[in-house]
Design a binder for this molecule. Structure first.
Ligand code: ZN
Length: 368
């Protein structure tokens, strides 16, 4: 059986995003409700792993906080000082839609550290694959500002760690969160050695990034691939994007490890996304990435949690990923009817977009 590492820490659930309505801060005519980025979906995913017994097959990986040196490889000192001050105060915004509560700084260090530990364990072959169920997320965070519920760039911090301590040279990220991985993109935009791929809903968040024309610059030209799928994309569209874009790009690039910013907000019940994915979809995407990793990089595949705001359904999508990684039979999905809904097939607009990006894959840097 594959040895699957699992990162979790109770303190991840204590990051306090405060009161809001959806993702809009409360105030004025906006009546306070619990912020949409709250522990519920994450805690319920962990609970589901426990009650199904899947947790018994996983290898616990103990997270550690990242050090200031590790943070400053990716972030500017002024931003970090600002973030620390807000965390100390117990209130603030690290950027647009990036609320900070009391001690969010310390929890963010632990979240980045969870991703680092997962990537490191996979790199060192301590485990075959790993999933870091962390919070707060990281893929919207840029060098000098938090964004989209993200305070630190978790995966870029892990990537820089692998480069400096393990001599990693070629790393690929495949971001299946429904939102654009703008932070990861921006941090490696001129870097030919980090291939950043993001499949997301067209102009969902951020509104002004994630277009197909953003392909990297300078030495990094061709090493960023955006797949801005139309709202309503389902199983067929995502798998076509995997088969015709993601897998050929990985084959060309030949990474030494694949890291997935893993959000479950492209699922059919997410309040922030308008996509139609089901447990079948997450299982199929995981299988494809496992096969690519086996072929290209001795199976090295690490997944780090990002978004996913349906407390009811995101845990089942997470369970499907974990069962696939662990080689366990699928637990029947109580929401199986979602797979039968209209719109799951590949549609002409999706096909045309995928075809356009497919035609440019020759620009992806070729790995040795
Ligand atoms: Zn998201």
């Amino acid at each position: 059986m594959p040895n699957v590492g699992f990162v979790w820490h109770e303190r991840y659930m204590w990051h306090n995003t405060g009161m809001a309505a959806g993702s809009i801060p409360a105030g004025g005519l906006v009546e306070p409700e619990i912020h949409i980025e709250n522990p519920s979906a994450k805690r319920r995913m962990r609970n589901l792993l426990e009650v199904t017994g899947v947790m018994d097959s996983l290898t616990p990986l103990r997270p550690r906080p990242v050090t200031m040196d590790e943070v400053l490889r990716v972030h500017g000192a002024a931003y970090i000082e600002r973030l620390q001050a807000m965390s100390e105060l117990g209130f603030g915004e690290a950027g647009d839609h990036a609320p900070v509560g009391k001690n969010s700084w310390e929890i963010a260090l632990m979240s980045a550290g969870g991703c680092l530990v997962a990537a490191e364990a996979v790199w060192d072959r301590t485990v075959d694959t790993a999933y870091a169920l962390v919070r707060p997320p990281g893929h919207h965070c840029e060098r000098d500002r938090g964004r989209g519920f993200c305070l630190l760039a978790n995966i870029p911090i892990a990537i820089e760690h692998l480069r400096r301590t393990r001599g990693a040279r070629r790393i690929a990220t495949v971001d299946w969160d429904v939102h654009h991985g703008n932070g990861t993109q921006s941090l490696f935009y001129e870097d030919a050695d980090v291939l950043t791929i993001s499949l997301h809903q067209d102009r969902c968040y951020p509104l002004d990034s994630g277009g197909v024309e953003e392909r990297g610059t300078g030495a990094g030209e061709g090493a960023n691939i955006n797949v801005p799928l139309p709202p309503g994309t389902g199983h067929g569209g995502y798998l076509a994007a995997f088969d015709r874009i993601v897998l050929p790009a990985l084959e060309r690039f030949r990474p030494e490890i694949i890291i997935v910013p893993s959000g479950f907000d492209a699922c059919a019940m997410d309040p922030l996304g308008r996509m139609l994915l089901t447990t079948d979809s997450y299982r199929a995407m995981t299988e494809r990435l496992m096969a690519a990793a086996a072929q290209l990089c001795q199976g090295r595949l690490a997944l780090c949690h990002e978004g996913g705001y349906s407390p009811a359904y995101a845990p089942w999508c997470g369970l499907a990923v974990m069962e696939t990684l662990a080689g366990l039979p699928p637990t029947p999905d109580p929401y199986a009817h979602l797979a039968l809904s209209g719109g799951q097939e590949l549609k002409p607009a999706e096909d045309a977009l995928i075809g356009m990006i497919e035609a440019r894959l020759e620009h992806v840097p070729i790995g040795a």
